[in-house]
Ligand binder design. Structure first.
Ligand code: AMP
Length: 366
């Protein structure tokens, strides 16, 4: 019988689609805000349904708050309005410091709006690219810890994100990271990274676990795979996973057991955690709770982050990935690395004494 009762304190996510009337869903989970309480200041981004602006929210009896305001552009269809507000119906069910907080919605006047807390530093991928190399390892691990805590909360609620990627994380002025971009089908419609698979699903290939690509098995364990990719993006300051490889090549390489090499200057413990998230067998991947605990341990004991993935193992894994030196005769290590699209590693090769093709050939022979 106890299966029929919910555990105290554990709420589960309700799919807004289970409501016959989606307008009822949004009002169940989101507060209606009077448009007169909102002041729009400037445009900060473009969403699928319209502009994203920053501004202020002044509710009666509360202090004024900086907010982000998503608007639904004029001339929308009923389905677009439903999908747009669907994100608010989902977000409104969550209450966690690492999940973007919904202030409310405006549906009784036009334009229709979704109002959320304001995240001063915007999306994490752009922020890291702009601040390449500027953070301590502890700061990076702090960001990752926040994202993992948000994901643990979502997985406890029974919500599978399906599009976890640095571009869908927002970061505030205190460097607190929060998971955002909630939706049902729309999340992937909206994501320029999502590509159609042979089976017709639209999937952000580089971030997605093989079983989710192959047979649409999206679970919290496939979110853990994506989390490993986010770890890699964070430690490499917003580098594109698998660089310029095509989606088809990524699918094939991952299927064959290839995994992203360690980012530069990456603590060995973090790279090991990434590899754990990328286990083929989804049941062998760590749970978000274990990831949070592991990152907490690393933060409490910063010396555990001092051991970096060593450069020579990075070099040999690059060589293993690329097999032989190829048939072409390369005049320099730089030229060869450029030819195999690994030019960015030239400096590491030089620093580690692989300055001539002879030296490199020696390593491949070993
Ligand atoms: P989205 O449609 O949610 O992907 O939002 C588009 C862009 O608007 C994002 O990439 C961010 O740069 C920006 N943005 C969205 N929500 C917020 C927010 N709460 N705070 C600050 N910027 C935001």
């Amino acid at each position: 019988m106890h299966f029929l009762f919910k555990l105290p304190g554990v709420r589960t996510y309700i799919d807004p689609h289970t409501y016959e009337d989606p307008n009822q869903a949004v009002h169940e989970f989101a507060k209606e805000i009077e448009a007169s309480c909102i002041t729009i200041e400037r445009v900060i981004g473009a969403g699928e349904f319209g502009e994203v602006c920053s501004g202020r929210l002044k509710l009666p009896g509360k202090r004024e708050l900086p907010v982000a305001i998503k608007t639904l552009k004029v001339g929308y269809t009923e389905k677009q309005r439903r999908d747009f507000l669907g994100e608010a119906s989902i977000m409104g069910q969550f209450d966690h410091p690492n999940i973007i907080h919904l202030e409310g919605v405006v549906t009784k006047s036009k334009p229709v709006m979704i109002v959320t807390e304001y995240m001063e530093n915007g999306s994490l991928d752009t922020f890291l690219k702009k601040n390449d190399g500027q953070f301590t390892v502890i700061q990076l691990v702090g960001m990752l810890r926040g994202i993992a805590a948000g994901m643990k909360y979502l997985s406890d609620m029974g919500y599978v994100h399906r599009d976890l990627a640095a571009r869908n994380i927002l970061i505030n002025s205190n460097l607190v990271c929060k998971v955002s971009d909630f939706g049902l089908s729309r999340v992937l419609e909206d994501d320029a990274e999502a590509a159609y698979t042979t089976r017709g699903g639209k999937i952000p290939i580089r971030w997605t676990a093989p079983e989710a690509i192959a047979f649409r098995k999206f679970t919290s364990a496939s979110d853990v795979w994506s989390y490993g990719i986010v770890m890699w993006e964070v430690v490499s300051y917003g580098e594109r996973p698998y660089w310029e490889m095509t989606n088809q090549d990524v699918i094939k390489a991952v299927e064959e057991g290839y995994r992203l090499p360690s980012p530069m200057d990456c603590p060995a413990a973090l790279y090991q955690l990434m590899l754990d998230c990328w286990q083929k067998d989804r049941n062998s991947r760590p749970k978000f709770e274990e990831i949070v605990n592991m990152l907490d341990k690393l933060i409490r004991n910063p010396s555990s982050l001092k051991t970096l993935v060593n450069a020579s193992s990075r070099v040999s894994s690059l060589l293993a990935e690329h097999g032989s030196l190829g048939s072409g005769a390369y005049r320099s290590v730089g030229e060869w690395l450029e030819a195999i699209k690994m030019g960015r590693y030239t400096e590491i090769f030089m620093e580690n004494g692989y300055s001539s093709m002879d030296a490199v050939a020696q390593v491949t022979l070993e």
